[in-house]
Design a protein around this ligand. Sequence first.
Ligand code: HEC
Length: 183
Amino acid sequence: MEKMSITFLALVVLGCASTTMPIAAQSGSTPKDGELIFPADYKSYAAFLHGIQKSDAVRDLYINPTGASAEAGQPFANGSILVMEIYNAKKNAEGTLEKGADGNLVKADLAKVFVMQKDAGWGKHARENLKNGDWIYSGFKANGERLDVDYTTCRGCHLPLGASKDFVHRYDEYFEKRIQAAH
Ligand code: HEC
């Protein structure tokens, strides 16, 4: 009888774990950098910011609905996913960067997709001086295959933003644009 109830309890616990298991967790454990699942439906997310001009690339940023529920001044909620598409900029036959009528670079092929996603306790694996809250980082090819990346570079470059911007580079710009769009 006692044995049966323990088995029953184990089933209940396992059942709960599988329904609440975060989307990115691999075999029930907390994901580390490089282990996020490619958010294949990210194009259906809201625009975080689009058309960011770099020297030879164009970047489009997306945010999932949980992320978009954040208010200015708050950190993003657990379950937030931020996606950054990195497009090569179009070059002409001579190898010079082309500009569109608006003076902006023109998107060519999608080179990479960078993702950061957070959930409760996910930051625990990060190295002590590289803890960016509970964000975990992953880089993918355009087709969703994982890239071999040194993830300390992601952390090192996002760390200086600090907890007040939730380690998100375009934090202020996102909320400013969102407020403008609402008016
Ligand atoms: C050299 C600094 C640098 C490194 C390294 C870096 N990032 Fe970023 N990241 C930025 C900047 C700057 C932005 C803002 C968009 C822009 O200006 O290109 C950004 C934006 C992002 C965003 C959109 C949210 C935001 O912060 O605005 C995601 C997602 C992201 N990076 C993921 C990654 C991942 C994953 C890696 C590692 C594979 C990484 N980044 C490495 C500088 C960096």
